[in-house]
Write a protein that binds this ligand. Structure first.
Ligand SMILES: [Zn+2]
Ligand SMILES: [Zn+2]
Ligand SMILES: [Zn+2]
Length: 244
């Protein structure tokens, strides 16, 4: 029978992560959480620990050039989340139960994803809103653990709807392998015409791109795609466009 390497199994790593224990720590380790601990719930909808509060953040952080974005994590429904929902960017968020301030992050460069664990900062909009409600949390020394315990009985600021994916289940935000084919077919279907300015690019197909409306490169449902010329495409992004 094959011996199971318990210390390397994903569920175990997850529980360690929830407890804030470093992955390096393989010795002298006692696990106080049992799988039937009522505080620990692992389901397709997400993982909750010690109650229902979770955190939202963008796990897949696409990097363009040398510019490194640092996204923030969110505690309550705030102006940023509202704006992201309006811009159809809300699906980028995943649910996390981290209490350590460290999050699983995929840095995506040239459509390749590098997994890391990064310390993220709290969203200032969330903090302002909480402090207006009479709480007192500071940006620099913000502790998620403290937040969870202070907010234990207050459900007023909960998220209006939760994203479908958590930080472990969400597909990585990269282009699928058959992207060139998908993109070529769609341009053909639209007769090489930009859906925004309606100019025709039959003679200059390389100037025609396919844009993902919600920013998720793996979401290639036709309703999420738009055939755009270079100019119209660039206008939709704040970063310089590198990929068609
Ligand atoms: Zn926020
Ligand atoms: Zn156009
Ligand atoms: Zn685009």
């Amino acid at each position: 029978m094959e011996k199971i390497d318990f210390l390397n199994c994903d569920e175990f790593k997850l529980i360690k992560e929830l407890m804030g224990i470093s992955d390096e720590d393989k010795t002298d380790f006692t696990m106080d959480i049992r799988a039937d601990d009522p505080n620990l719930k692992i389901s397709p909808g997400g993982i909750t620990y010690k109650g229902s509060r979770v955190i939202l953040y963008i796990r897949d952080q696409v990097q363009y050039g040398d510019k490194i974005n640092e996204y923030k994590f969110h505690l309550i429904e705030c102006a940023t989340l509202k704006a992201m929902r309006k811009q159809n960017r809300y699906d980028k968020y995943v649910v996390s139960t981290s209490t350590t301030g460290k999050f699983k992050v995929n840095r995506i460069i040239n459509n390749r994803s590098v997994e890391s664990e990064e310390k993220l900062h709290v969203c200032k909009h969330c903090l302002q809103k909480l402090n207006r409600q009479g709480y007192y949390f500071t940006y620099e020394n913000f502790s998620i653990e403290e937040f969870f315990s202070v907010m234990k009985d207050d459900n007023s600021g909960n998220f209006s709807d939760l994203p479908d994916e958590n930080d472990l289940t969400a597909p990585t935000n990269v282009y699928p392998k058959n992207w060139d084919e998908i993109s070529r077919r769609l341009k053909e279907k639209h007769n090489y015409t930009c859906q925004e300015c309606h100019r025709n690019f039959s003679d200059c197909k390389s100037l025609l791109h396919v844009h993902h409306k919600n920013g998720l490169k793996h979401d290639c449902r036709e309703s999420n795609l738009e055939v755009l010329c270079y100019d119209c495409h660039q206008a939709k992004h704040s970063h310089k466009i590198t990929r068609k």
